[in-house]
Design a binder for this molecule. Structure first.
Ligand code: NAD
Length: 443
């Protein structure tokens, strides 16, 4: 099939590459000319395991093309997919300006019947709004062209995006017409072979499904962080509690890890946007408000442990930070807990030496050059000359350091483990002090 993706970010580029990989002719459109130029040179602007090879191979095979020209994209696709950003507006609601800009582009250039598929995370009612926007552009051109709009929210996870796209847990299609569902079923058939993953529903339910999924996951994280804060005060170890509750199949082991709060481009903005939608409809979303409040407080947790350890005197101290990305296997630092920690450390007069396996370019772009920030080439280099070590992202490469060597490199032998990846007894046996999240050491 001929498919056009609008937006070449984590969702658009991965979806485009995967659809090309299974034989479709894919055109990817982005308004970011620098990004398209890089993609046309064979460079991948984001880190996503498996993506680079797939993009290269499909470009070389002529199945994957990149352009900034919306007209070319509209002319190419019988299926037009919207995968642009929906960042939070100032009031927390989702900013639909990019989605509606694509709808206008489609309406302005459409010449043949097409199915418009919205993959961006959007508030309930946006499918109808996109339909109205396209119809208004067609009316302004005084033409009648058959088109349909469906909601097809995306559930891929950064870091596992290619795998999730090729083998999704489910494919949600919110459509009003059987024809649209049939066309999408054909498109997704290669990803839906061994058992049925397609769940069809009306567009409004599909739109809410995406928010409900992210809000549920964010709730699990905030719930566990709340338990961790209680565990710390009563002298319990949340890691024991986690294993104890996860073995109940009604709870499960997934997504119940305490830490330094959730970040990324989805959970913070989606919990906020859903809360906003609820309020607009006269409902006070008490759980969502609490999920957000707990998360905001949790992002300060590591800083508070560090400040506590140093008696509130951080001026002149240097803290090594391992991990900047909001989670492992991505370079994405949007809303990352590391940013909250760095900000608090800088405000307290401390310097930081940071290392992340993939997010160093992103850190350079976000922070620029500053005297209180050293961007280091390795985890070891970050620790050199530092007073203490804080682990913020649980990259596999950080799991088994040589603790004795760490003790020798650090001026003050102490580790602040924001992800509970170390065994406190092992760390302490190597002569380092240990702080985790919810592991018995109360503030
Ligand atoms: P992103 O910020 O990585 O990429 C968005 C891209 O859209 C950018 O390259 C931008 O230049 C481009 N763009 C903006 N306006 C455009 C226009 N008018 N025409 C063409 N391109 C345009 O975003 P993302 O992380 O891929 O997320 C896209 C959507 O998918 C969001 O709604 C997000 O909430 C949702 N989503 C994201 C993830 C994720 O893990 N990142 C997962 C599921 C759903």
């Amino acid at each position: 099939m001929r498919v056009t993706l609008f937006g070449t970010g984590y969702v658009g580029l991965v979806t485009g590459a995967c659809l090309a990989e299974v034989g479709n002719q894919v055109c990817c459109v982005d308004i970011d000319a620098a990004k398209i130029a890089r993609l046309n040179r064979g460079e991948i602007p984001i880190h996503e395991p498996g993506l680079e090879d797939m993009v290269r191979a499909n470009r070389a095979a002529g199945r994957l093309n990149f352009t900034t020209d919306g007209r070319v994209g509209v002319a190419h696709g019988e299926i037009l997919m919207i995968a642009v950003g929906t960042p939070p507006d100032e009031d927390g609601s989702a900013d639909l300006s990019h989605v509606l800009a694509v709808a206008r582009t489609i309406g302005r250039h459409l010449t043949d019947p097409a199915l418009v598929v919205n993959k961006s995370t959007v508030p309930v009612g946006t499918t109808a709004l996109v339909r109205e926007t396209i119809a208004a552009e067609l009316a302004a051109r005084d033409v009648t062209i058959d088109f349909d709009v469906v909601s097809n929210p995306e559930f891929l996870k950064e870091g596992d995006a290619v795998k999730d796209c090729m083998r999704p847990d489910r494919i949600v299609i919110g459509a009003d017409s059987a024809g649209a569902v049939e066309l999408l079923k054909r498109l997704y058939a290669p990803f839906n072979r061994n058992h049925e993953r397609i769940v069809t529903m009306d567009p409004r339910s599909a739109e809410l499904t995406k928010y409900a999924a992210n809000a549920m996951l964010a709730t699990k994280i905030s719930f566990m962080n709340e338990m961790a804060n209680i565990a710390e005060r009563v002298g319990a170890d949340i890691e024991m509690v986690r294993r104890g509750i996860g073995s109940d199949p009604r709870i499960g082991h997934h997504f119940i890890y305490p830490g330094v709060g959730y970040g990324g481009s989805c959970f913070p903005k989606d919990v906020q946007a859903l809360g906003r939608t609820a309020r607009e409809h006269g409902y006070e979303p008490r759980i969502l408000d609490a999920v957000e409040a707990v998360n905001r407080r949790q992002k300060d947790k590591l800083f508070e442990l560090i400040a506590h350890h140093f008696g509130g005197r951080l001026s002149g101290r240097t803290i090594a930070v391992w991990g900047l990305a909001f989670k492992p296997n991505t370079d994405d630092m949007r809303e990352a807990p590391s940013r909250a920690l760095l900000q608090r450390l800088w405000e307290a007069g401390a310097k930081v030496r940071v290392y992340d396996p993939e997010a160093m370019d992103e850190a350079r772009r976000i922070f620029g050059a500053r005297a209180d920030l050293a961007l280091c080439d390795s985890a070891q280099a970050a620790v050199d000359g530092a007073d203490a070590l804080a682990v913020v992202t649980e990259w596999k490469a950080f799991w088994s350091p040589d603790f004795v060597a760490l003790r020798e490199r650090l001026r003050e032998p102490v580790i602040f483990d924001g992800r509970n990846i170390y065994d406190p007894a092992q760390v302490e046996a190597a002569g380092l002090a240990y702080y985790g999240i919810g592991r018995g050491r109360s503030l």
